[in-house]
Design a protein around this ligand. Structure first.
Ligand code: NAD
Length: 461
């Protein structure tokens, strides 16, 4: 089958390459002409394990093409997937549908026969209806049918997720489009992946409900981690003990600096927005959004506390900047809150990330970048592990300690064992690992405030 993929970003590129690998002929189109030029030169613009090889293989096989000309991409295709961004609108956090609208207008203008238009972007409930109305207004020649097919892949494991999904969700309301979708996903159905057919609105809602539920697990365990620090439990053991319950599951129960990335932050906010508009507010989700925003600043305060309360002139080595390992994606990464907060408190920041530094340079100006983890920690007063790249899991800690000025480690991903680290002579602080540094209490009236309290104040939202 010949398929057009509109948008060649993380989702469009991975989906397009995987469909081509199933044997379909795929044309990816993107308005970013530079991205398309790079792809046509054989260069993949994002870091995603295995993607460059998959793209190269399918280009060589003559099944995967790139163009910035939408009219060419839509010639004789049976399905056009919309995989453009739906970022948060700056003014209110609702999903910005302008890219979906532009893609829809282009389809209305250039489609040359009956076309199944598949919305893969994450978009609020009712967006497929709006796409359908616009296509009808735009006079799409040859007829069309609109389908919702949300994507659940994770960056860093995207190809495996796409090829071995827990499920594929297809919101479709007519038999002809259902047959086309069944043909497209036949290779996955044959390998046993459940294909969930439902209405378009249910499909749209499944995507948001799934993301928000995962974000809720993360936020829940983060709050349990805080409780552990206050009462003396170890959140790693608690998460294991809780997560081994098959009704709950261990995944997404790792305490850390709060969720970030291209999806959870914007999708949680977007869901609260349209739930409110629909007069069915989701108070649980509204709260988790607030808790997660505050958490990133709380992590900066944790680092300040570990440094004795004052950051003035201190050199902090930050390992990991991307929102998670195995991606170069910096969207809404916790580092984008933590690093500026530490800088505002007077720290000098030196950072290293295996793949994220090119993008981080633009977003975190005025910090120093290192060429390796070991170079990064040289002369540091504290080390903060912010992203759990595998490359940081087995550092030679004796070497790290020898090159630091003060052996303070704040491990926001619980990569290292607290006992072992303290045994090596580090002042070590993880997240939720037993009684930690005492929490800051509000200053009492009439008392001179400590430098720590003043420092922490500057970090408060
Ligand atoms: P992205 O920003 O990486 O890619 C979007 C691409 O669309 C960009 O290359 C942009 O230039 C292109 N584009 C914009 N308007 C266009 C148009 N009119 N015609 C052609 N190309 C156009 O975004 P992404 O991360 O791939 O996300 C896409 C959608 O998938 C979003 O709705 C997102 O929420 C959802 N999603 C993302 C992930 C993820 O992990 N990144 C996972 C599941 C779902």
């Amino acid at each position: 089958m010949r398929i057009a993929m509109i948008g060649a970003g993380y989702v469009g590129l991975v989906t397009g390459a995987c469909f081509a690998d199933f044997g379909h002929e795929v044309v990816c189109v993107d308005v970013d002409a530079e991205k398309i030029a790079r792809l046509n030169e054989g260069r993949v613009p994002i870091f995603e394990p295995g993607l460059a090889e998959l793209v190269a293989l399918n280009r060589r096989a003559g099944r995967l093409f790139f163009t910035s000309d939408t009219s060419r991409a839509l010639v004789s295709v049976e399905a056009a997937f919309i995989a453009v961004g739906t970022p948060a609108r700056v003014e209110d956090g609702a999903a910005d549908l302008s890219y979906v609208e532009a893609a829809t207008r282009a389809i209305a203008e250039y489609a040359d026969g009956f076309l199944v238009v598949v919305l893969k972007s994450t978009a609020p409930i009712g967006t497929c209806d709006a796409v359908e109305a616009r296509l009808a207004e735009g006079g799409a020649k040859g007829g069309f049918s609109v389908v919702s097919n949300p994507e659940f892949l994770r960056e860093g494991a995207a190809i495996g997720d796409f090829k071995r999904p827990d499920r594929v969700v297809v919101g479709v309301e007519d038999e002809r489009a259902k047959r086309v979708m069944a043909d497209i996903y036949r290779p996955l159905a044959q390998s046993g992946a459940p294909i969930v057919y439902t209405t378009r609105r249910s499909a749209e809602l499944i995507k948001y409900a799934a993301n928000v539920f995962l974000a809720m697990k993360v936020t829940f365990i983060n709050e349990i981690a805080d409780l552990c620090e206050s009462v003396g439990g170890d959140v790693v053991d608690v998460a294991n003990g809780v997560g081994l319950d098959s009704r709950i599951g261990r995944k997404f129960l790792s305490a850390g600096p709060g969720f970030g990335g291209s999806c959870f932050p914007k999708d949680t906010v977007a869901l609260t927005r349209f739930a409110k508009e629909a007069r069915a507010p989701l108070r649980l989700v509204e709260t988790l959004v607030e808790v997660n925003v505050e958490r990133k600043l709380a992590m900066a305060r944790k680092i300040v506390r570990a440094c004795g309360g004052s950051m003035s002139g201190k050199r902090v080595a930050v390992l990991g900047l991307t929102y998670k390992p195995n991606t170069d994606d910096m969207r809404d990464a916790p580092s984008l809150t933590i690093v500026p907060a530490l800088k505002a408190a007077g720290a000098k920041i030196v950072a290293f990330d295996p793949e994220g530094m090119a993008s981080a340079r633009a977003q975190l100006p005025e910090i120093e970048f290192s060429a390796s983890a070991y170079e990064c920690v040289e002369g540091a007063d504290a080390l903060a592990i912010v992203t759990e790249w595998d490359a940081f899991r087995a550092l030679d800690m004796a070497r790290v300690k020898a090159s630091m000025r003060t052996p303070v480690v704040v491990d926001l991903r619980n990569v290292y064992d607290p006992e072992a680290m303290r045994g090596l002579g580090f002042i070590y602080e993880g997240v939720g690992r037993g009684a930690a540094a005492s929490r800051s209490s509000p200053p009492s009236r009439g008392r001179r405030r400590t430098s720590e309290e003043l420092s922490l104040d500057r970090l408060r939202p």
